[in-house]
Design a protein around this ligand. Structure first.
Ligand code: ZN
Length: 97
């Protein structure tokens, strides 16, 4: 097996900012959030840090909430539009008859 030298400090560093010490383990739920928000893949066996710092955890939680809200609102908006289109079409039909 090939030996790969690593910096031990890297593993206690925050995976996202690389500036602070990581304090939270990137559990599957956090892994999904990171992918959802930033499109960054974290694999438990990728040989890279598996921790995130308090600041990044806070940002990630906030960003997840904001993104989820925005997506939900867009969905609502589209549904509304679809309903309007449908109702406009049916109204037109009524008028033409
Ligand atoms: Zn961080």
């Amino acid at each position: 097996m090939e030996m790969v030298e690593i910096d031990p400090k890297l593993f206690v560093t925050c995976r996202l900012c690389l500036d602070h010490l990581g304090v939270y383990q990137i559990v599957p739920n956090v892994q999904r959030q990171i992918k959802f928000c930033y499109d960054i893949e974290v694999d438990p066996f990728d040989g890279l840090p598996q921790l995130i710092c308090k600041t990044c955890e806070c940002i990630l939680t906030k960003y997840t909430d904001i993104k989820t809200t925005y997506i939900d609102k867009q969905k609502t908006l589209r549904e509304k539009l679809e309903r309007n289109v449908v109702s406009t079409i049916s109204r037109k039909k009524i008028i033409s008859y």
